[in-house]
Write a protein that binds this ligand. Sequence first.
Ligand code: FAD
Length: 406
Amino acid sequence: MKKPNIVILGAGYGGLTTTVKLQKKLGVNDANITLVNKHDYHYEATWLHEVAAGTIAPDRARFAIKDVIDGSKVNFVQDTVTSIDVENKKVVLEDGELDYDYLVVALGFEAATFGIPGLLENAFMIGNINSSRMLREHIDYHFAKYNNEIEKKQERLNIIVGGGGFTGIEYLGELTNRVTKLCEEYDIDRNQVRIINVEGAPSIMPGFDPQLVEYAMNTLEERGVEFKLGSMLKECRPDGITIEKDGEQEDIPSLTTVWAAGVRANSLVEKSLETNRGKVEVTPELRDPANENVFVIGDCALIMDKETGRPYPPTAQIAMQEAEVCAHNLATIVKGGSGELEHFEFNNLGTVASLGHSDAFGVVFGNKKIFGWTASVMKKVIDNRSLLKIGGLGLMLKKGKFNIFG
Ligand code: FAD
């Protein structure tokens, strides 16, 4: 009998976890497994704010895909997916095509700019290793340039961060650490630097516990962050932004605007499959309801939280849990036995947001609030756990975060 082709798109948290689980569950004679990814490395998307601020080197946040896959069972293809043809069960790549019998779509997220003029062209995004590294280099350049001009340009030292959600706040935490170092390095008075957060809602981290929100805000304000809450970003130009609050507009000059206020599913999903809010509202087995041989996981999948009636937020945590169910279900189908397909149930292990190298805040073990150093250690445990799950002890020891005192 012909071996089925399983094709997995994306080697992020969802796709790579599915691959490493499947390679354990299936033998070489059970299926051909192909993993497709743009790069030959996996990056820890949850560490990208550190790369973007320059508090860790880009290489710290990535590792080679070949180091965690079993080459005898998985064929890795480094290429970019350009479309998915579900009718003919084909994936079109920049450099060829792949036929599949079963497909896993795990292509992750991209920035959502909500049509705000100039944002796409002029703002920096924290979306992958390359965009994060470019932002780090850009800020370094402007700090280096500042003292080399006779007429000093304040806009070189004004950094705007759009969005007071998880990514924006984590980035501000790292940035405040980094800016202190940059000021020492380039002989700049720390008080000269303006770091401005623009958030449309009346508070940062909307929906988060108010005590934790207050902790995060106080901490960042003490480090010099200015919050512009209830303020909408109206336009982004190469040399500044316009914001609006209560009908009043304000222009802020800046050569660095970082957009961290929204993500959406990879737009390929909307182009190829039926979607709700840009994502596939999957069945409990994590299948596309219109194509039962297509599984969709991670940021491309929409799953409703029955308690709140709203979709679960896109996180690495949920992507990895979905991947385990997806791998189980695929292995069960391929082996054709009498095994049951699993239904996905999210097991919320908590949320911890970092505020730089030794500070964080969050909720764990159901409803326990944690702050400061304890939360920072917990955040490192969470980061290490994901490495352990994907690449075992070896990867965790090589790439993990063990510097709990700094
Ligand atoms: P991804 O991890 O984004 O992986 C997608 C993969 O697909 C990538 O390897 C990408 O290169 C590849 N790809 C994309 N397009 C193509 C293409 N056309 N062809 C080939 N390959 C392609 N979540 C948490 O749970 N906790 C956190 O603390 C947390 N912090 C975050 C901090 C930041 C700064 C950011 C940006 C996100 C954070 N998240 C966090 C969210 C989390 O990173 C995402 O929800 C998670 O990465 C989604 O996993 P995924 O597998 O769906 O996609």
